[in-house]
Design a protein around this ligand. Structure first.
Ligand code: ADP
Length: 486
């Protein structure tokens, strides 16, 4: 295959700024595509407060000034260093929009920030005279870029032969704003093209991308089917069905450069298949760190999650107390999000101080220590486009307990002690009964040494690497370039 020029544009990318799985995917996919010889450039905002301190940044090109909602906004570009075989990371430097606070904000400013990102990514290509063959945008934040390369005459020439790909990482977030924000961001031509797209006065960034991208993917085959239904489509199912021939599901990969207990420096001891002493150390240290007390025959259940409704955290909060009460589980939870869910988890922690550890907030290293030190990892999602933590758990010999939805259904199969097949516990209904059953079942397997060793070995043997998954994107890119719309 010829080397391709691929532009990835996203709101987050590991190792520069991360709120969730999106960042891991941009980081892991780009690295693998570049390692396979492609010219990959990644554009993300320069979240000044979040970038790692040791990053050496170099200015690129001139400053630009744009009028956005009556204010003059200045932006420029910086790039980090990259060796051959690595993606080239560029950052949109715009202190007015990305200078303070976190990755996401709210309200109209959110639309302005990400419209600027879309536009700046194209401007960068213009400035460095580099025309990508593939423009790959991700989620609603960058969803207007396929429209921009088509309808904004400032860019349409440079991108005349570029094919666009939209990946939907989470259809629950669509970016719905008043349509005038697009015109107010200096993108009048694009605003014109949106007539009739949605409600007359609104723009839905994700819907616009679904209508204009040359191809769409979502992050697992099962979820690609789910989002075409009323139950999971979040109002976009008709748009998706209309262009279903352009939609595929490509399972995310796990970035084993960062998530592998054999060389993970964030965990107290290293381990791997067939040598699990280090895992016992990780469990011991995790319990000590959170001042928990769990005898060796009680499994430790971990959770690392954004605390939002669709992750099913409320189900866990309902069911966990009975397991903690009976001393059938200990649990360690790390999460950031809804204050009601935080309060519910705090209450459980207060009730069972020696059995339940809860850390509210975002902590990358603790996430590694929990996934390494736990015996079970619960992902009881109502919907889960792909889910990464269950894949990481498998690698760390931690048995996933998941609901059968989206990528969880594509990666975890329910263990059968008779055949020794399967890598986790899978429940069907997103209700307390379903989770209770799965926790009971997996806590039972923990009591049988033979079952447990087998389960761990099955999980650790799985390969969900980007080395396997990135070629699926390459195949899609190539088909687009060959003019075959699938
Ligand atoms: P989503 O993208 O919906 O948040 P995924 O399972 O795809 O869910 O990815 C979640 C990623 O974010 C994983 O890398 C997980 O370790 C990380 N993560 C989630 N919450 C936290 C947290 N509070 N602290 C540290 N890492 C977190």
């Amino acid at each position: 295959m010829q080397a391709l020029r691929i532009l990835q544009v996203a709101a987050e990318a590991t190792p520069y700024a991360k709120a969730g799985g999106l960042a891991d995917v941009i980081g892991g996919l780009s690295a693998e595509l570049a390692a396979q010889g492609h010219d990959v450039r990644v554009v993300v905002p320069n979240y000044v407060e979040l970038l790692p301190d040791n990053l050496r940044l170099h200015p690129v090109g001139d400053e630009h000034v744009v009028e956005i909602a009556g204010s003059s906004i200045t932006f420029s570009f910086v790039r980090a260093e990259a060796s051959p075989g690595e993606p080239l990371p560029y950052f949109v430097h715009c202190p007015d929009f990305f200078g303070t606070g976190g990755i996401y904000s709210s309200g109209e400013e959110e639309a302005q920030r990400f419209l600027l990102l879309c536009r700046a990514a194209l401007q960068l290509c213009h400035d460095v005279e580099w025309a990508p063959q593939i423009l790959h945008c991700h989620d609603w934040h960058t969803g207007l870029s396929p429209t921009l390369i088509r309808f904004d005459t400032r860019y349409s020439r440079l991108f005349a032969t570029t094919s666009s790909v939209l990946t939907i990482h989470n259809i629950g977030y669509q970016g719905i704003f008043q349509r005038r924000v697009v015109a107010e961001a200096g993108l009048g031509q694009v605003a014109e093209s949106l007539h009739g797209d949605v409600k007359p006065d609104d723009v839905n960034f994700l819907r616009t991308a679904i209508r204009h991208a040359d191809a769409m993917t979502t992050v697992s085959p099962t979820h690609a089917q789910e989002i075409r239904t009323e139950q999971y489509g979040m109002g976009l199912q008709d748009d998706l069905n209309r262009r279903a021939h352009r939609l595929t599901g490509i399972l995310n990969g796990a970035d084993y450069r960062l998530w592998d207990p054999v060389h993970d420096q964030m965990i107290p001891a290293r381990f791997g298949p067939g040598r699990l002493t280090g895992k016992a150390t990780c469990r011991h240290e995790l319990l000590r760190e959170l001042q928990l007390d769990a005898p060796a025959n009680v499994p430790v259940l971990g959770m690392v999650s954004r605390l939002v409704d669709h992750k099913g955290i409320d189900l866990a909060a309902l069911v966990l107390p009975e397991f903690l009460e009976d001393n059938r589980l200990a649990c360690v939870i790390l999460g950031d999000g809804d204050s009601e869910l935080v309060a519910a988890l705090r209450e459980i922690q207060t009730r069972f101080p020696q059995r339940c550890g809860f850390v509210a907030g975002y902590d990358e290293a603790l996430a590694h220590r929990i996934i390494a030190g736990s015996d079970l990892l619960a992902v009881p999602s109502r919907y889960e486009p792909c889910g990464l933590t269950q894949m990481y758990a498998l690698r760390y010999g931690t048995v996933p307990v998941v609901r059968a939805t989206g990528g969880l259904a594509d990666t975890i199969t329910h263990f059968d002690p008779d055949t020794g097949q399967g890598n986790g516990a899978v429940f069907l209904d997103a209700d307390p009964g379903g989770l209770r059953w799965a926790l009971n079942t997996s806590a039972g397997w923990f009591q049988d040494r033979g079952d447990w060793v087998r389960l761990q070995a099955n999980g650790m043997a799985a390969d969900f690497s980007w080395r396997r998954q990135a070629p699926l994107y390459l195949r899609l890119y190539q088909r687009l370039l060959d003019g075959v719309r699938h």
